[in-house]
Design a protein around this ligand. Structure first.
Ligand SMILES: NC(=O)c1ccc[n+]([C@@H]2O[C@H](COP(=O)([O-])OP(=O)(O)OC[C@H]3O[C@@H](n4cnc5c(N)ncnc54)[C@H](OP(=O)(O)O)[C@@H]3O)[C@@H](O)[C@H]2O)c1
Length: 253
């Protein structure tokens, strides 16, 4: 997927799971990576150290995307660090990966849970992209991490799936909007992936049950998703835009 030296990436939710694997891969290809986290300072620092130990460049940025002011604070940190390192706040790759998902059917979702899910999974990514716009270099990349729960019915994703579907709709129109600048916008739709977020996929007995609904007969690992994100973020993905790429091993096809 080529050399990413001279590219600068922001990966949200990079302290754990899919975001962590994405940050490590971008760093290994030479990109300077802003490793975003919410609470897991230690884990984010560990990702930064791993990238630096492998010869790359990285730094951590903090922000709870459930907070209204978080997006501005994340860019304040990014701007200061990029200005110090490169004399410019410009960057190339935004991976909107951080996400949360309350697993409840419609009858059980409170208004607070609905608002929080929309804030973290749709509104904050929206404003991360809005505020990235003047900072992204032409030829840049935006990759939004959605879910295959937007194409198959999971009744306990009553708030989560609509938020992710909104993110996919946003990506389509932004592909047209940013296309003249050479910026691609795509979504990746993971299926069940063994991370802290998906306790079922992380539990061997439950994972075996879930695997029965997956064509490739296993649950996903964070690396399976990260490789697709990095493809879209790389030069190899230059001719793909406005797409939602299913990365589920063929779950419920
Ligand atoms: N795992 C799956 O089965 C699956 C399936 C479909 C889609 N996805 C999507 O894939 C993406 C990554 O999920 P994952 O499974 O890798 O999750 P994970 O292992 O639980 O990691 C979540 C990451 O997002 C950050 N984060 C969570 N809530 C946040 C908030 N309110 N503000 C800022 N950062 C926040 C966490 O930071 P801290 O460590 O600081 O808390 C962490 O870095 C999410 O968008 C998720 O919806 C996952």
């Amino acid at each position: 997927m080529g050399d990413m030296t001279a590219k600068v990436a922001l990966v949200t939710g990079a302290s754990r799971g899919i975001g962590r694997e994405t940050a490590l891969r971008l760093g290994a290809r030479g990109a300077t990576v802003a490793v975003h986290y919410r609470h897991s300072r230690e884990r984010a620092d560990e990702v930064v150290r791993a990238i630096v130990a492998a010869g790359g460049q990285a730094f951590a940025v903090q922000g709870d995307l459930a907070d209204r002011g978080a997006v501005a604070r994340i860019y304040e940190q990014m701007d200061a660090e990029l200005q110090r390192r490169f004399g410019s706040p410009q960057f190339d790759i935004l991976v909107n990966n951080a996400g949360e998902g309350v697993r409840k059917p419609i009858e059980e979702v409170t208004e607070e849970e609905f608002d929080r899910t929309m804030q973290v999974d749709l509104k904050s990514p929206f404003f991360l992209i809005q505020q990235a716009s003047p900072r992204l270099r032409d030829g840049g990349r935006i990759v939004n991490v959605s879910s295959m729960g937007t194409r198959a019915a999971y009744p306990d994703m009553a708030a989560y799936a609509p938020a992710k579907a909104g993110l996919e709709a946003l990506g389509l129109l932004l592909a047209a909007h940013f296309g003249p600048r050479g910026i691609t916008v795509n979504a990746v739709m993971p299926g069940a992936t063994a991370t802290d977020m998906n306790k079922g996929a992380s539990d061997p007995a439950r994972a075996a049950q879930i695997a029965a609904s997956i064509a490739l007969r296993r649950v996903g690992q964070p690396a399976d998703i990260a490789d697709v994100i990095v493809f879209l973020a790389s030069d190899a993905g230059r001719w793909v835009t406005g797409q939602c790429i299913d990365a589920s091993g063929g779950q419920r096809i």
